[in-house]
Design a protein around this ligand. Structure first.
Ligand SMILES: [Zn+2]
Length: 395
């Protein structure tokens, strides 16, 4: 029995009747054969149709050996007549993706000899990978413009079968991947390729192509596109974002770039001011600390700051003072301690002794080398810690 592939005769057919030929269980699904079908099976980069056979959903359609196999979650009785319905929204979306891709591949070839290597029609966007080291955004914007001109020209999309030996009569963009009788798809006079997919009837049905971006991969460029209804949805979304930003920054969308340049400059200036104020704050804090260096050249002080680098910066600055031999600073944040010990004279401080005699008072950990040691600790015995170091080195 010959089984009719209705999608090849009428690409807009969505409802049809058929007879169930067979139904067998495969895992947790059923593989169903129909005597005629408008369900397009996955192939040639185009995903399969979905829809219903009677009231049972069609989850996936595969090419099969000789005829399409429909996968369903429930069995169908062989010999029964069924009314079938193709999910047209999905089908038309992929017809737009597929035909739009033919046009784009053709214009890419024509414009820069960028031959299509592979195509992916995804749920979100369609990608076309082409040969070429470098294709600029400007080039691809031109490809977009030219393709949209072809779409607006409302060119006919024709499909027909030819024998392999007659292929020389047609200006093919690429050679066929199959042998024998070959199906060709011709768009006006601009493109002719062997293809088994389902296409729109005219280029106008594609609607619009919209360039999204590109990625470089291994000496090739993957170009990303929104095609058909998806292009309009994307443009609407882009406008929503731009309008929202316009309201947020109180300028028309066209002035946003200038406005954001201004925001960046303001931010840069503020960062400069913050740096300067931090410097002034440090100077102020240091002058307070300098006043507390005692007559033996020792400074011990507890401070409380969020700035984790302050202790080290302050200790180094204080050691520059002529009258400062030894600096011991502790940053106390609710009993969580950070300590720094700095010594002007390399040989004045025996860190080994400090470690064993003093650090245990604050459960201190850490280390370093002359002139600076630092670490962490905890507890409330900081004053004891200071007293020991004064007794030991204040002579
Ligand atoms: Zn095609």
């Amino acid at each position: 029995m010959t089984r009719e592939k209705l999608y090849y005769h009428d690409n807009h057919l969505t409802t049809f009747t058929a007879t169930v030929c067979e139904c067998r269980k495969e895992g947790d699904r059923y593989a169903v054969g129909l005597d005629r079908t408008a369900f397009y099976p996955e192939g040639g980069g185009q995903p399969s149709d979905r829809g219903f056979i009677g009231k049972i959903p069609v989850l996936h359609v595969a090419k099969g050996e000789d005829y399409p196999i429909h996968y369903t979650p429930e069995p169908l009785e062989p010999g029964t007549d069924v009314i079938c319905r193709v999910d047209w929204e999905r089908r038309f979306d992929y017809m737009q993706q597929h035909t739009g891709q033919h046009l784009l591949s053709s214009v890419l070839m024509e414009r820069g000899n960028w031959a299509t290597v592979s195509v992916h029609q995804g749920e979100e966007y369609t990608s076309i990978e082409v040969e070429g080291e470098e294709i600029s955004d400007e080039d691809l914007a031109e490809v977009e413009r030219e393709t949209n001109r072809l779409i607006a020209s409302n060119l006919p999309v024709k499909t027909f079968w030819v024998e392999e030996g007659d292929l020389g009569n047609y200006p093919l963009r690429r050679p066929p991947k199959v042998t024998g009788t070959i199906r060709l798809v011709q768009i006006g006079r601009v493109d002719c390729v062997p293809c088994g997919g389902v296409h729109t009837s005219t280029t106008a049905e594609v609607g619009l192509v919209f360039y999204l971006g590109r990625e470089k991969i291994r000496g090739r460029v993957r170009t990303l596109w929104k095609i058909g209804e998806r292009a309009f949805v994307q443009m609407r979304e882009n406008q929503r974002i731009l309008s929202g930003l316009g309201v947020r920054y109180s300028v028309p969308p066209a002035d946003l770039e200038e406005r954001l340049d201004g925001v960046d400059r303001e931010l840069f200036d503020r960062e400069g001011e913050i740096r300067q104020l931090k410097g002034e704050l440090l100077t102020h804090r240091l002058s307070g600390l300098k006043d507390r260096i005692d007559d033996k050249g020792i400074l011990t002080a507890v401070i409380s700051t969020e700035d984790k680098k302050f202790l080290q910066t302050a200790a180094m600055a204080l050691l520059e003072e002529e009258n400062c031999r030894l600096v011991v600073l502790v940053n106390d944040r609710d009993g969580e301690l950070q300590w720094v010990i700095g010594s002007q004279d390399e040989n004045a401080l025996d860190f080994g002794a400090v470690r064993s005699e003093m650090l245990p008072l604050i459960k201190g950990k850490g280390g370093g080398r002359s002139p600076l040691w630092q670490g962490r600790g905890e507890g409330n015995r900081v004053e004891e810690f200071f007293r020991v170091i004064r007794e030991k080195y204040g002579v």
